[in-house]
Ligand binder design. Structure first.
Ligand code: S0N
Length: 277
C-alpha cells in the first residue's frame, strides 16, 4: 500500500503527520541523536494531545528522524545534556523543566494504541519513552539502555517501576545499575520490546500492526489499555478504568433516563432497568 502521510502542523523539533487512522510523531533532532529539550517535549505533548482528540485516529506511531548525516540512527537519546541546568532542562525562558514526566503520563493514559518504532539508539529518557509506548517494534540496529547513574540523573518513576514490571526486578536493576547497552535481540529476549525487523521494514511493519489494530473494536482496545494500566498504576489507573465505565454508562438508555428526567423536571424512572445478576 502506498502511504501518503499528510503533514498536520509545523513544529521546530518534531514532525507530525497522519494517514488513514494512524498518526506519526517523529522526534527531529538527529544531530543530537534525537535528544529532547523542553521545547521538544512541549511539541510532543501538543501532537499527542491532537492525536488523542482526533476521533479518526486509533494508533499513534512514535519514532526518531534517522539516519543523521553521519549515517547513524537514533530513536531518542534522552534529555539534551547541553541544556541541562542546575535544576533540570532549561527552556528558552531560562526555566528548568521536568516536562517529560507529563509526556510519559499522557502516552500511558491516552485511550489509543501508541507504538514506538525504534531504529538505533533508545538511551536514557529515550529508552523510557519507548517503554511507555504500548508496543515497541525495533529495527535490527536498535540499541537500548539507561545511562542515569553514569551521567548524573535517574528516572525512579515509570522508568524504574514500570521497567521492572516489564523485564522483571533483577533485569531492571541490572539495566540501571550497570548502564550497559543491549541490542535488539537481547531486548526482545528480556521482553522489553515486541519484535525485531530489518531496518528497511521498520515503518512498514508499524503500519501493518496499526492496520491490524484499527480493524478491532475501539472500546475494547481502550478498556484493555486502561485495565493493563490499572494493574500497576494505583488510583490513577483506577481513575482511567473507571472513566471508561462512566463512558459506557453514558452510552446506555439507563444512564440517559437520569439525564432526561432532570431536563424534563420529573423523577427518573429506573424501574424498567433490571438489577442484573
Ligand atoms: C546515544 C549515544 C550512545 C550515541 O553515541 P554515538 O553514536 O557515538 O554519538 P555521539 O557522538 O555521542 O553523539 C552525536 C552527537 O549527539 C550529541 N548527543 C547525543 N546524545 C545527546 C544528549 N542526550 N544530549 C545532548 N547531546 C547529545 C552528542 O553530543 C554529539 O554531538 P556533537 O557531534 O556536537 O559532539 C550517545 O550519544 C550517548 O550516550 N548520549 C547521551 C545519553 C544520555 O546520557 N542521555 C541522558 C540521560 N538522562 C535523561 O534522559 C534524563 C531523564 C529525564 O529527562 C528525567 C527523568 C526522570 C525525571 C525527570 C526527568 C527530566 O529531567 O525531565
Amino acid at each position: 500500500m502506498e502511504i501518503e502521510w499528510q503533514s498536520v502542523k509545523n513544529y521546530d523539533d518534531i514532525l507530525y503527520s497522519k494517514f488513514n487512522g494512524i498518526a506519526k510523531i517523529t522526534i527531529n533532532r538527529p544531530h543530537k541523536r534525537n535528544a529532547f529539550r523542553p521545547k521538544t517535549v512541549f511539541e510532543l505533548y501538543d501532537a499527542f494531545c491532537d492525536a488523542r482528540e482526533d476521533n479518526t485516529i486509533g494508533v499513534i506511531l512514535l519514532t526518531g528522524k534517522s539516519p543523521h548525516t553521519d549515517g547513524k540512527y537514533a530513536f531518542c537519546s534522552g534529555g539534551d545534556q547541553s541544556v541541562r541546568g542546575s535544576a533540570g532542562y532549561i527552556d528558552n525562558e531560562g526555566i528548568p523543566r521536568l516536562n517529560v514526566l507529563d509526556l510519559q503520563k499522557l502516552i500511558r493514559s491516552l485511550p489509543k494504541v501508541v507504538i514506538a518504532l525504534v531504529a538505533g539508539y533508545a538511551i536514557g529518557g529515550g529508552n523510557v519513552l519507548q517503554l511507555m509506548c504500548d508496543l515497541t517494534i525495533a529495527a535490527d540496529n536498535a540499541i537500548f539502555g539507561q545511562t542515569g547513574p553514569k551521567v548524573g540523573s535517574f528516572d525512579g518513576g515509570f522508568g524504574a517501576s514500570y521497567l521492572s514490571r516489564v523485564v522483571g526486578q533483577k533485569k531492571a536493576r541490572e539495566i540501571w545499575f550497570l548502564c550497559r547497552q543491549y541490542n535488539a535481540m537481547q531486548a526482545l529476549k528480556m521482553g522489553l520490546i515486541n519484535c525485531v525487523v530489518p531496518i528497511e521494514k521498520l515503518e512498514e511493519e508499524g503500519i501493518r500492526w496499526s492496520m491490524e489494530i484499527l480493524e478491532k473494536s475501539p472500546i475494547a482496545i481502550r478498556c484493555l489499555k486502561s485495565s493493563f494500566n490499572a494493574d500497576c498504576d494505583g488510583q490513577s489507573g483506577l481513575q482511567e478504568l473507571a472513566g471508561n465505565t462512566t463512558l459506557l454508562y453514558y452510552m446506555t438508555e439507563e444512564g440517559n433516563e437520569g439525564k432526561r428526567a432532570f431536563l424534563e423536571k420529573r423523577n427518573p424512572d429506573f424501574s424498567q432497568y433490571p438489577w442484573l445478576p
